[in-house]
Write a protein that binds this ligand. Sequence first.
Ligand code: SF4
Length: 128
Amino acid sequence: MSGQSLDKKMGCCGKIKKMGSIGLSHMNFINSEVFKIPRLKYEHTDERVGICLTCDFNTYMPRNSYIAWFLSNAKAIMKNMEDLTVLPMLPKQEERPGGKMFCRVCKCWIAGKARMKNETCPKGYWIQ
Ligand code: SF4
């Protein structure tokens, strides 16, 4: 998959945006896309992740926790697909085995989002 097509596919917080088709496909998408590290790596990915690592707005959620959050907020997610920052922040959880780093503000999985050139930090902490 080329960088351009991956960018287009993922978009801004696109892993969640892509969940436009509601229903069971969400679960398949979460399993197949959200937690799969894209091969593409933007030149500032590591720098971005480093910033997120020290940010108060990060959180660590295992797959099951994220899925549970998604399901319990599905209606609001669908309604605000273009801007998930309007949803209440994800719960703050410390790093633990199996936990993936998410942004509590935009609800994105950082390892995936940081690879997308056109993504931005909702708080403006990323320089690039
Ligand atoms: S994307 Fe921005 S607000 Fe979210 S965890 Fe990273 S640095 Fe913090």
